[in-house]
Write a new protein. Sequence first.
Lengths: 262, 621
Amino acid sequence: MSQVRDILVIDDEPTINQAVEKVCGAEGMTVTAADNAVEALRCMAQDEFRLVLCDIMMHDLDGFQFLEELARKGIRTPVVMMTGYSTVENAIRSLASTGAVDYIPKPFTADELLTVIRRSRRCSMLLDEAESASLPRNGSMSFVPCPTDYHRLGYVSWVLMEDQGIAKIGVSDLFLKAADGIKEFKLSPLGEDLLQGVPCAEATSPDGSTHGIMCPLSGRILEVNAHAQSNPSLVEKDPYFRGWLYRILPSNPASDLQWLSF
Amino acid sequence: MLNSKISLKLNLGVVSTVLVVIGVFAFFNIQSEKKSLLTEVERHANQLSEAVKSDTEYDMLHNDRKGIHESIRRIGKQVSIDRIRVFNKSGEIIYSSVATEIGRMVDKKAESCYRCHSAGEPLEQLEQKERTRIFRPYPDSSRLLGIINPIYNEQSCWSAACHAHPETQVVLGVLDVTMPLTEVDRNIRHSQLAIVIFAVSAIIILSLIIGLLVRWWIDRPVQALLTATRHVAGGNLGYRVEVKGDDELGMLARSFNNMTDNLAEARLQLFQSDKLASLGRLAAGVAHEINNPLTAVLTNSSYLLKRAQGQPETADDLQVIVSETIRCREIVKSLLDFARQTVPKKRKADINEIIGRAATVIENQLSMRQVELVMDLDTTLPNVTLDANQIQQVFINLMVNASDAIGENRGTINVTSKAISLGPTGVLQIKRALCPKRHDLVDRKIQVDAKPAISMRYRKKKQTGLIHLNPMYGSTEHHLNGMPAFDEGVEFLCPDCSTSLMAEGEFCPHCEAPIYAFEVPLKGLVQGCLRDGCGWHQWEQIDSAWNDKYVEIRVTDDGCGIPKTQISKLFEPFATTKGQKGTGLGLAVTWGIVDNHNGTISVESEVGAGTTFIIRIPVGL
């Protein structure tokens, strides 16, 4: 009998599956655990899940192959990638992949896990809403998509290539909405070197959860938007223009940009 | 062997040259000696024959045959004379010092007559040379020199009382004197022998001298170089050739040493990066393996912490587990960061607080070992821009090392912090320097103070040469290589294109001497004065923007100390002295972290007395 469950966690380490079951179960979510991707696909054929937590490094089918399999089957359940092999490349590949919405490096605390789960759930809900809103009967949109000439890193952050090779980076409206509003931004100081796929700013939601904003482009910070720091609501109101976060001098734009989507 | 071949070839070349030279010299020498000896004998014979002629003239005129006989016999008895004879026109021997010959006819074809009678009709006048002949009467006898002297008809002859000769006869007879050449031949043989002896001894002496010189100047240095190449080929890159002299081989030895130095450095770097690469693979593997168990610990403990809000005691304990696990997470990440050489996450932080946190972590370990930790921290320190987790790791590493150095013998670890000022001079190394035509003056082949030097060419009238400046900004320990006194119009040029490096129209503000200037790409102009004892320098862009505020932390122990030989390798990965106990990564990671903070780390140590690690981190923006 098919049922709708909240979380499917896939990891070859039983202790992690148990921990996730415990943490999410305590929050009232229903959790199913799978030891490997093949078993997970079987579970998904049986039940419907609101969110999948998937390890990247697994035997047989790895996390990215699992995503391909989902795409092949036309399953659109949002997936959050987890990995202990937390390389920058894994982070970016996860965010840039179709099918995966977010990425959480191991090890994580219960709160960090819950924050990502909530954010991803909200994100996929917003995306679903947006899809139905694009039908002519509903005129309003629940989030503002990125302007067309911006490059995006997943749903998290954006880059606008300005003149003279300087890039402006910021956070996307979808991320802000998925994080359920931001009351505070912690930005990196001037002159700092940022790395693509590594958090470049920390946002705190009204409920106290903190969200790392993955940097979309590597480079050195030339300018920090002081207004964004002093007035977080500016970012929420106008995330793509006045609410930018940094102006950076990209260190490797050509290879970085190939991971980003228009 | 190569060198013996070289000396053999050189010797053979020299010997054959000497042989040819001496041979040619000897040939001409003997020829000329022969000639002069013969000429002398000839002259002597001629004189003698003239003397005999004049001696017998009177007797002839008086037709005193007995007197003539007597005279000729007497003169012919001398040792240096073979015989004296007189023939008349028809070839009959009329007088002779050898009595048995008298009355015999001489064949006109005989060697004494041949000169005049060869042309049929006899000649009447002959040069002295023509009158002389050298011959051997028998094949095994010694050589003889004969000279004929025609006796001409004179008025006194035909008008003499005896009227022996008619007036029309031109030549009355011939006086023939022969002399043995035994003496001359012996002399010639002697000088031939002398020349052979001279040639042989010259060749021997020359070979010896050249052999010795080759041995001193070529053989030994080449041998030393060969030994060195064998050592280096065998992998001993620390081997040095002793440099003797400034000749080509000296230069070769120097450049050989330079080459091995560079090779050693390159190998070290290769080795280092190889080690770093394997460290990276190791770290990545470790990260994955450790992160999974850490996830279980962290999720469970943080989950428990959330549920233990009502029980403060349990919550405190769980908080320790959570924050220490998070620290583990950061350590693993920093290991990965170090392997990937990524940038640290820097924030303004109080370094004393970080030292305090590090101390709390290892407190138990220290008290168990009865090691006392004494902290003397400057409470007025400015906040420093740094990655707190990484720097905490640095202090933990250093304190654990210190406690390991103390071992079981109860000791003290002193940690001090203070604010210091460090100027750019002596801290900043000039790594590129450009002439106006964009040639790089930094010469990687020449080192001053173990760093690639800045090379310039000086020119003073016709005198010129290279000088090498110390690349540490502000250092005055240059290698001026005997540059003449500065104030007499010395000019500095680019060694590549000879473009002037003088700052035109600018003078040293201290001594008013002309100054040099070169550009450091993107970092402005460096100017300086090289007048003896002045040492003024300026790098405007750096001098004005330099933030000289540093925080210095010293971690001192009174443990076993580090031998000098190990200090240079201390910060290399896997250079552990702790045997099985350490991974050898601690100080490499420490160095990487401090370097990532643009800081410096140095060691002072004395075996048996203790070790001090000095860390200097710029306060930053």
